[in-house]
Design a protein around this ligand. Structure first.
Ligand code: ZN
Length: 350
């Protein structure tokens, strides 16, 4: 069963429980159960008061308030709340009561401030940079297809698509940083590529998207088709760096990482879906779809950003290899990725 499905089912289960809780309990019952905690309110009541929606997962004991795209993430017995995925505030830890999660007045006040109408700047996220990574290069040719009359190296296919994609994105988004991890037949190490992405200076609401372009190989010469990969959500990434950990205190870094991780995975899945859909439109008549997949590769594992890896086709299948030698076909692939990225940015910045 896929991780997304598990998460979906878990959320469903949670909503059922929430509705049961709402039906069976009134705030009076909660207060009567513990006189001393009369000042504490249930997270559900707080959500109603704020006009926010609330999700709480009893398994991870982590919950999220959401209103107008602004999120506040908290955990039972964790004395911090994570606002909009980047601001950490100390709060009295919410705790699980008999039937619901309870929060103290200071916690409620923090959220009231956070959701109060802002007079100045909005806290909307924007994509500041796009990193395009043509896989392999130089001494590393990647997959190789050898046929009568022609030979095809993955590194060349990846680079041609990456150049076209970069050109298109630079025209569409002149104000954003569009980076190529290599512009010629060179071999930056995987660490170099990830560092390039991680070293982009970001403001609090800036995001970077990372797109790795590859071509596939198989011992089975009949295998062909395109696929898009995103990071396996079960992999615990370190998305909070050392400096932030130092500032906020080492003990909370793992908590913030857990909270952030889920959001980055969600965005990666959406980016993967958008690109995959566009590939279907652009090359679906020539190449079969092989699905969206989750994996833990190094290239995106250390990247603090929504990231995907695209396998554009098999250089080991003669028909597909022939297509991959033709500029018009490579342009169609680049156009598909470009359209998918634009779709994603529109969604992300809405
Ligand atoms: Zn590759």
């Amino acid at each position: 069963m896929s991780a997304i499905l598990v998460r979906f089912l878990r959320q469903r289960l949670f909503f059922l429980m929430l509705m049961l809780t709402l039906t069976l309990m009134s705030p009076h019952v909660i207060y009567a159960a513990d006189e001393k905690k009369a000042a504490d309110v249930s997270a559900t009541s707080l959500a109603t008061l704020l006009g926010a929606s609330l999700e709480y997962d009893p398994l991870t004991r982590i919950g999220t308030f959401t209103k107008n795209g602004q999120s506040a993430r908290f955990g039972a017995d964790i004395p911090y709340v994570l606002l909009d995925w980047n601001i950490v505030k100390s709060v009295p830890a919410p705790y699980e009561g008999q039937e619901t999660v309870l929060v103290k007045k200071e916690f409620a006040d923090t959220l009231k401030d956070f959701y109060a109408p802002k007079t100045n700047l909005s806290t909307k996220y924007s994509v500041k940079a796009i990193v395009i990574d043509p896989g392999h290069g130089g001494k590393d040719p990647g997959a190789i297809g050898e046929f009568e009359g022609f030979k095809l190296q993955e590194k060349d296919v990846n680079l041609a698509i990456a150049h076209r994609l970069t050109d298109l994105l630079r025209i569409r988004y002149p104000e954003r940083t569009i980076l190529l991890t290599r512009t010629g037949d060179t071999y930056p190490s995987l660490e170099d590529r990830v560092d390039m992405a991680n070293n982009i200076k970001l403001g609090a609401t800036d995001a970077v998207i990372y797109i790795s372009i590859h071509s596939n190989a198989s011992f089975n010469k009949n295998t062909r088709g395109y696929e898009v990969w995103y990071l396996n959500p079960n992999y615990r990434r370190t998305v909070v760096d050392e400096k932030t950990a130092e500032e906020k205190g080492h003990d909370i870094a793992p908590i913030i990482n857990t909270m952030l991780e889920e959001e980055f995975t969600t965005e990666s899945v959406i980016l993967a879906q958008k690109v995959y859909q566009r590939l279907g439109t652009m090359i679906g008549d020539k190449s079969p779809e092989r699905g969206i997949r989750a994996e833990e590769w190094f290239v995106v594992r250390n990247a603090k950003m929504p990231s995907i890896l695209i396998e554009v086709g098999f250089v080991t299948n003669k028909e597909e290899a022939q297509l991959l030698t033709q500029s018009p076909y490579l342009r169609r692939i680049a156009d598909a990725i470009y359209n998918g990225v634009c779709d994603f940015i529109e969604h992300f910045e809405q």
